[in-house]
Write a protein that binds this ligand. Structure first.
Ligand SMILES: O=C(O)C(=O)Cc1ccccc1
Length: 276
């Protein structure tokens, strides 16, 4: 059984992602913050970590890009999770009773249309994760509150589901990265996450991107992350995919000539976005 660090507690979407990626062969190690997650890997207290990196609505989690670099972590895989939100309450609580709604800020944001339509006066409480909100509502036996989370957190903490599928965007996906301290070479990789810096002159970023294009490397994401302490300077994080590994090797060698501080954060198999 693999020990997996996650931010949040059992029942969270991070646990769902870990279970899906490792086919249930997991023991989750609950961490309060993403920094603690990284410290756990660094101290060899867990085998891997699962970390959200981007979300259809909220976008990229920039701080997590920074942490991956600061802790020199390796990206060994990715998984996309279709996120469905549900309104969870204690037994006997009806919609007329709900005056407070607890959840992770992203979950609250993703359900805002539902909240504004049905509970415009409810007080919203941001919590560290969706499962922690379900646990709190259950443990405190709240009779005027609901949590927003996945169905499993409701089952785990003994809440009933008052409404299912309350998220605004039904094609709501979160991409999670699988991280380890050491990246062992894997066969059949077709995707990489790399980061680099470029000089302040015209065409410097375009030159790097053209090199990928000329080598038939498909760019699936580009994200600039501000360099702390250097105003107007950025690290560019790109995700790239290929059909032919030789093209990738050649592209990286060529990019080394025009980019500085190039770092390959990991080579792995691309995750599938399943339509559910
Ligand atoms: O709070 C959780 O359950 C998490 O794992 C974080 C999260 C929150 C909302 C969407 C995706 C991930």
């Amino acid at each position: 059984m693999k020990r997996i660090a996650i931010q949040g507690i059992a029942g969270s979407f991070h646990e769902d992602a870990a279970r899906k990626y490792f086919e249930d062969d997991v023991e989750v190690v609950e961490c309060k913050t993403f920094t603690t997650v990284c410290e756990m890997i660094d101290a060899d207290k867990v085998d891997f970590a699962v970390m959200a990196i981007e979300n259809s609505i909220a976008g990229s989690l920039l701080n997590n890009y920074q942490l991956i670099r600061d802790f020199h972590l390796r990206i060994i895989g990715e998984i996309y999770l279709h996120i469905q939100m549900n309104l969870l309450v204690n037994e006997g609580v009806t919609s007329a009773d709900i005056q407070h709604i607890h959840s992770h800020p992203i979950a609250l944001q993703q359900c805002m249309e539902f909240i504004e339509s049905y509970y415009p006066n409810a007080k919203l409480h941001e919590k560290l994760d969706t499962a922690a909100s379900a646990k709190l509502v259950a443990e405190e036996k709240m009779i005027n509150a609901a949590a927003i989370g996945n169905l499993r957190s409701g089952e785990l903490y003994g809440l009933k589901t008052l409404e299912t599928g309350i998220e605004t965007n039904k094609k709501n996906y979160t991409r999670f990265l699988i991280l380890s301290k050491h990246g062992n070479p894997t066969k059949g990789t077709n995707k990489a996450s790399v980061c680099f810096e470029v000089g302040h002159f015209y065409g410097s970023l375009a030159r790097v991107l053209n090199t990928f294009a000329e080598n038939q490397i498909n760019l699936t994401k580009i994200q600039s992350v501000p360099i702390i302490g250097k105003p107007n300077e950025y690290t560019f994080h790109v995700d790239i995919e290929w059909e032919n590994g030789e093209n990738y090797d050649r592209a990286i060698h060529q990019v080394l000539k025009s980019a500085s501080s190039l770092s390959i954060l990991g080579e792995y198999k691309r995750g599938e976005i399943q339509n559910q």
